[in-house]
Ligand binder design. Structure first.
Ligand SMILES: C[S@@+](CC[C@H](N)C(=O)[O-])C[C@H]1O[C@@H](n2cnc3c(N)ncnc32)[C@H](O)[C@@H]1O
Length: 300
């Protein structure tokens, strides 16, 4: 089955989903937990291949999880609402200039969203904003501008994807908006946790890409706890682009297996016409490595 792709989220793991999920090939998974879900690329890919019996999606940013609740449980309503919001950006009257009308519509929706946190307004804003790259100001308000060359995912395509996501997740999934540790606390040795945390690297500047970022110590101590409980998990963490490496290695005491995934050319490299490739690192927990077919790890 083709994996439905609903929320066009910059930084989504959509393109890497198959490379990531190859490491759980043949592993029995009761519940797949995605505590930093965002666009839930790994959950969607796994559910499309029926890799787990149940799915738990969580993100601390509540509007995105309210959106998942609507997508999964009331997909027709979610699609209808997206369609009418999207259509409002096209002027009814031919004499009105499209660009200024649609710009004003976007700005009105953005202002309303910052007051009411309506999840469908969020979906429209993500689909329509510059490079699908959500940005927040220091007050936590969504402040990315509209992409002037695109109208955002067309309603028909959005409906197909929303219905597809609902089909693979309805009746099998639970949605939360909590701190990741409240979610990972529920996992057992029969489950799998996929983590893609927004670690802000070594910079002390605020990261405008996320409503929340994480302290590395919180993550490390949670992984120690998961190791003690023998819970299998996978962590996407840092990477290398050209000769630049970002992120830092995790403590040896966690006993993780590190593998590098080829993430292709970075968007920056494409813009500059350079050949730099990006590699993203993936860490496999000791409890997962024990369950993996050894031949899968030989090549890495
Ligand atoms: C790198 S993004 C995940 C992207 C995701 N893998 C995808 O495919 O779209 C990280 C997400 O973690 C969320 N987040 C940040 N701090 C969190 C916390 N303490 N607990 C749970 N979620 C958190 C952010 O809101 C953000 O959506």
């Amino acid at each position: 089955m083709i994996t439905p792709h609903v929320i066009p989220y910059q930084g989504s793991k959509r393109k890497l989903a198959d490379s990531i999920l190859q490491y759980v090939d043949g592993v029995d998974i009761h519940t797949l937990y995605e505590p930093f879900a965002g666009s839930a690329a790994i959950t969607l890919a796994a559910a499309s291949q029926n890799l787990a019996k149940e799915y738990v999606l969580n993100d601390k940013f509540a509007p995105i999880m309210d959106l998942w609740e609507l997508i999964i449980n009331t997909p027709e309503l979610a699609s209808d609402r997206y369609e009418s919001l999207w259509n409002c950006q096209i002027p009814l009257d031919d004499s009105v200039e499209l660009l200024s009308h649609s710009y004003q519509h976007y700005m009105d929706v953005r202002k309303e969203f910052n007051q009411d946190l309506d999840p469908i307004k969020f979906l429209y804003l993500v689909a329509r904003c510059v490079k699908n790259a959500i940005r927040f100001n220091s007050n936590g308000e969504f402040n990315q501008g509209p992409d002037k060359r695109r109208k955002g995912t067309a309603p028909k395509k959005m409906r197909t994807n929303i219905l597809g996501a609902s089909t693979v997740l309805k009746g099998k999934s639970r949605v939360y908006s909590q701190d990741f540790r409240d979610i990972t606390a529920k996992a057992t040795s029969n489950d799998l946790i996929y983590m893609d945390p927004p670690w802000q690297g070594t910079s002390t500047k605020k990261d405008t890409r996320y409503a929340f970022v994480l302290q590395i110590d919180e993550l490390i101590s949670e992984m120690e706890e998961l190791n003690n409980r023998n819970v299998p998990y996978i962590l996407s963490f840092d990477g290398v682009c050209g000769d630049r490496s970002y992120g830092k290695d995790l403590p040896d005491s966690l006993n993780l297996k590190k593998v590098m995934l080829d993430a292709g050319r970075s968007s920056q490299a494409i813009l500059l016409g350079r050949e730099d490739k990006t590699f993203e690192s993936l860490y496999l927990s000791p409890a997962l490595v024990q369950k993996i077919e050894p031949s899968l790890l030989i090549a890495v």
